[in-house]
Design a binder for this molecule. Structure first.
Ligand code: GDP
Length: 406
């Protein structure tokens, strides 16, 4: 006697994998589990590899590859937004549109292939005008999908948000206040945050990956210099910069100089004027003149007192609004599929290149053989999205992301 268990029997095809399945629910002792596994293995059972059950469900045609990937995303989702993106993908929306277009392309490709059999006779079964229109239609669809990727990816993986500013501006205090915990070291000694700290802040169900950085100034030593260099690296990869301005003593000129140094193409900037309690007491600078003197077009301004917590709600709203344009907010709230998988986007890019080559072939009146080759390539890449076309390597890389037992 090892344990008293519950056996659940799922008869084919009414199981996740469409096969006969027995599930054993036992008590959660690692001794019991190991003992039972030993016995089952002695009786000829095999241990499942990562994702083995979802792979079987895919092979049995119960789900598309993109849906299987959505299962992995669902398991990994930690916020409402990530869950929602995975759920929409699981419902199959992602690949349906592509599969339909691919089917239409298959019909044309078959005609082009047929022409090759009659190459001596110089016939064209596939109407080049209609084919060209279809190729454009698919390319446009791919472009549209690619344009939603940034949003889907941000919802799935979180939005990289970097806190930067001069030493002692209050970055660490602000981070702790936002997270409502003592995560970063707060100290009146400048230059104490030397490494970067990353924490997730959830605003309205979306993950913002807040990264606290070393203060920007002339480094006092080598370690601090490395920290400052890291700050610049982090800002380079960020979507949002929260520049923390020290309302107690910083000048508008310093702010303008730092923004100039940190800015890059896709960066959204929020200037957090912290220590507003001290700013109010200053004779040299007021909130109004600060904005005028520092300039910074397209920058959002928020005033906080990190110590008392004043302005924090406004800051969270500003972060959220900076990340999402009204159109993006609508997309988040809507039910359309948001593409968020890098593998899909890469496959679509490859398909787009092949489609462009096919268009070029038609335009320059190249032989049908080259056109057929480009179409085959495009069909291959389009097919890998939902898994109509799959190779062992592809399946291996998709399912190895799963955990054992899924
Ligand atoms: P960091 O170097 O930018 O991370 O700055 P810290 O968060 O370590 O803060 C530096 C000092 O400023 C600490 O003594 C904080 O208590 C203080 N401080 C932070 N926020 C405020 C604020 O809003 N008002 C005032 N008066 N002091 C603050």
């Amino acid at each position: 006697m090892i344990d008293e268990v519950v056996l659940g029997l799922f008869r084919a095809p009414h199981s996740h994998t469409s096969e006969n399945v027995v599930e054993i629910s036992c008590h959660a002792s690692s001794y019991i589990i190991n003992r039972m596994l030993q016995i089952l293995l002695q009786q000829g059972a095999r241990l499942a590899k990562a994702g083995a059950f979802t792979l079987r469900a895919f092979v049995k045609g119960k789900m598309k590859l993109s849906q299987a990937e959505a299962v992995a995303d669902l398991i990994a989702s930690e916020t409402q937004a990530a869950h929602q993106v995975a759920m929409r993908q699981l419902r199959g929306g992602v690949s349906q549109e592509i599969a339909a277009l691919r089917q239409r392309l298959i019909d044309f490709a078959a005609l082009v292939e047929l022409e090759l059999d009659f190459s001596e006779e110089d016939v064209a079964f596939a109407d080049r005008r209609q084919l060209t229109a279809l190729l454009h239609e698919i390319l446009q669809t791919i472009e549209r999908i690619k344009s939603t990727f940034a949003l889907g990816n941000a919802l799935k993986n979180g939005i990289v948000t970097v806190l930067a500013g001069r030493p002692n501006a209050g970055k660490s205090t602000l981070l702790n206040a936002l997270l409502q915990e003592e995560r970063a070291i707060v100290s009146p000694v400048a230059g104490t945050t030397r490494d970067t700290i990353e924490e997730t802040l959830n605003i309205e169900g979306v993950a913002f990956r807040l990264i606290d950085t070393a203060g920007i100034r002339e480094a006092g030593d080598q370690i601090e210099a490395l920290g400052i260099q890291k700050t610049f690296d982090k800002v380079k990869n960020a979507a949002i910069l929260l520049y923390v301005f020290d309302g107690g003593e910083q000048s508008a000129a310093d702010l303008a100089a730092d923004l100039e140094k940190l800015h890059h193409g896709n960066l959204q900037v929020v200037v957090v004027v912290n220590k507003m309690d001290l700013l109010a007491a200053r004779s040299d600078l007021s909130a109004a003149t600060l904005q005028l003197q520092a300039g910074g077009e397209g920058v959002t301004w928020v005033y906080t007192c990190a110590q008392s917590g004043e302005g924090l709600e406004a800051l969270k709203t500003a972060i959220y609004d900076t990340a999402f344009t009204p159109a993006a907010r609508q997309a988040v709230a809507g039910s359309d599929t948001l593409w968020c998988n890098t593998r899909h986007i890469e496959a679509l890019s490859q398909a787009a290149a092949a489609l462009q080559a096919a268009l070029h072939c038609i335009g320059s009146g190249n032989s049908g053989e080259l056109l057929a080759l480009d179409l085959r390539q495009a069909l291959h890449y389009l097919g890998t999205v939902s898994g109509e076309v799959s190779t062992e390597d592809l399946l291996e890389s998709v399912f190895s992301r799963f955990c054992i037992g899924k």
